[in-house]
Design a binder for this molecule. Structure first.
Ligand code: MSP
Length: 504
């Protein structure tokens, strides 16, 4: 049996979960559900990044003890993911003892590692630089625009510290090798090229410790804590019980690390450098999606255009939010969302599209359910095979909007098929043909139900329940679900309308 391990970034808890966090997390959930559908042994990890100055300062602002603050905030992320039907198998928090223990072990091993050029991987030095708390990282002058961090629109502070350093510079060629020979795929290509550009400049050593009270103490120097990224990146293995747990042996390396493009640098150069230093297996794919704007503008509290995924879900249901976010633009590109587009999409693709087709077919099917026929050589077989094949290619490439496109093309063909065959007339004049036309459209909907499962789990269950097959099929293997299944009669059940029309 194949295994599949997918991760989201662990999010800072200084803020509430927003639609950007939801986007990555929904995408990871879609992948996890898809791989479970294929029968893979799947592990999906989400979590929160609770150390670092940013969280500490927010706790102080809230006048709370840092642990109490991060407990409260982490719970909001867990609730948000529940409301979006996220099926993560574990939720790692960097303040958990299991995480701290694994990170200590990891850093201890790192401190003893030797680089490919024969140097100690960890050394002590002094560092002076500009630190952006927003990014939780040092910046060079060339990273800044008008003296400010462009991502956080804030001037970084000058910091001078005696630190421990990770000799990343010695790993430049080793990292280059694993990303050029395809051991680690960085996708999309633009991101791969961006990282190659960084390698061409040569990697710089990084300060891996901070003088703070809030963090994981370095096992070899308890006067300092690990810099938040050196604490955060190992979450992907601490959650699996690095170094000894069976889970670690089963699931590591990750099949996909998912994130937005802002943090790909940390996940490629630094994370790969650390793993190479410890001779650990490397993630197979690091995929960075694009950034959202809302009505053409960057999402920001000051502008007041922040979309709250939890509010949106409360209003429209999680399936609609999941569908909208993943169908609107290509996963990997930047894209713009807006409430107006959201409503248009709801009306055209869901209420008038999918919802209308399902209601139409089921209403016709209810006229003669026991006699509906799915024949051995149904006309739809080829189309559905093609749909599954396009869908799988798209899903394997993380092109979610194309996978959704393949489903909606099938829906459009089904609509056209109804128009051509006029089943309401057949019912009066040619019952035999009626039974085949509608019987096979029910089979089309059965396939659509399964195709939709990763994206819209509630809708999928409703469609399959309406067709009377959910209980019997939910434990079946993918091969059975995705093949044409002849039958006589459908045991239909009544379900509520899928997507009520919105009041204007
Ligand atoms: N804690 C680190 C990650 C550590 S992973 C070992 C961090 N956290 S974060 O809370 O700042 O979240 C960054 C991630 O949030 C992005 O990579 C992305 O997944 C998501 N997004 C934040 N803003 C976004 C948009 N405007 N658009 C799309 N995704 C966005 O960095």
């Amino acid at each position: 049996m194949a295994k599949f391990y997918v991760t989201t970034p662990i999010y800072y808890v200084n803020d509430r979960p927003h639609v950007g966090h939801a986007y990555t997390t929904i995408a990871a959930d879609v992948l996890a559900r898809y791989h479970r559908l294929l029968g893979d042994a799947t592990f999906f990890l989400a979590g929160t990044d609770e150390h670092g100055i940013k969280n500490l300062q927010s706790a102080q602002k809230a006048d709370l003890d840092p642990q109490a603050f991060v407990d409260r905030q982490a719970a909001q992320f867990q609730l948000a993911w529940d409301s979006l039907d996220i099926t993560n198998d574990d939720f790692i928090r960097t303040t958990q003892p299991r995480h701290k223990k694994a990170v200590e072990n990891f850093l201890q091993n790192l401190s003893q590692a030797i680089t490919p050029l024969g140097n100690k991987a960890v050394y002590q030095g002094e560092y002076e630089g500009l630190y952006c708390t927003g990014c939780e990282s040092y910046k060079t002058e060339s990273d800044l625009v008008d003296g400010k961090c462009p991502d956080h629109n804030k001037a970084p502070e000058l910091l001078k510290e005696k630190n421990w350093f990770f000799r990343l510079s010695d790993f430049t060629e080793a990292v280059r090798k694993v990303i050029s020979d395809g051991t680690v795929v960085i996708a999309p290509t633009a991101r791969h090229n961006e990282i190659v550009g960084l390698l061409d400049q040569g990697l710089k050593d990084v300060a891996m410790s901070r003088h703070l009270d809030w963090g994981v103490k370095l096992p070899f120097d308890d006067s300092q804590v690990a810099w938040v990224w050196f604490d955060a990146l190992p979450n992907y293995i601490s959650a699996l019980g690095y170094p000894d747990d069976e889970k670690f042996k089963t699931y590591w390396p990750a099949d996909v690390h998912l994130m937005a493009k802002d943090i790909i640098k940390f996940h490629t150069v630094i994370w790969l450098g650390m793993l190479l230093a410890l001779n650990l297996p490397l993630p197979k794919k690091v995929f960075a999606h694009g950034f959202f704007t809302v009505d053409g503008q960057k999402m920001s509290k000051t502008i007041g255009n922040v979309i709250d995924p939890v509010e949106l879900t409360a209003q429209y249901g999680s399936d609609v939010v999941r569908f909208f976010l993943l169908s609107e633009f290509a996963f990997g590109s930047d894209g713009d969302v807006s409430v107006v587009k959201f409503k248009e999409r709801y009306a055209s693709s869901l209420a008038n599209g999918l919802g209308n087709l399902v209601a139409r077919v089921l209403a016709l099917a209810a006229k003669n359910p026991d006699e509906l026929l799915v024949s051995q050589d149904g006309v739809w077989q080829k189309t559905l095979d093609q749909t599954w094949s396009d869908y799988r290619t798209a899903m394997d490439e993380l092109q979610f909007h194309e996978a959704i496109g393949a489903i909606w093309r099938t829906l459009a063909e089904a609509d056209a098929f109804i128009e051509t065959n006029k089943p309401w007339e057949l019912f009066k004049n040619d019952q035999e043909k009626f039974n085949v036309v509608i019987g096979e459209l029910c089979e089309v909907l059965r396939h659509v139900g399964w195709l939709l499962l990763p994206f819209m789990p509630q809708t999928s269950e409703k469609i399959l329940t309406a067709l009377g097959v959910w209980s019997a099929e939910k434990k079946l293997a993918y091969q059975h679900l995705s093949t044409w299944t002849p039958r006589r009669g459908w045991r239909l059940q009544k379900v509520n309308i899928l997507f009520p029309r919105l009041e204007s």
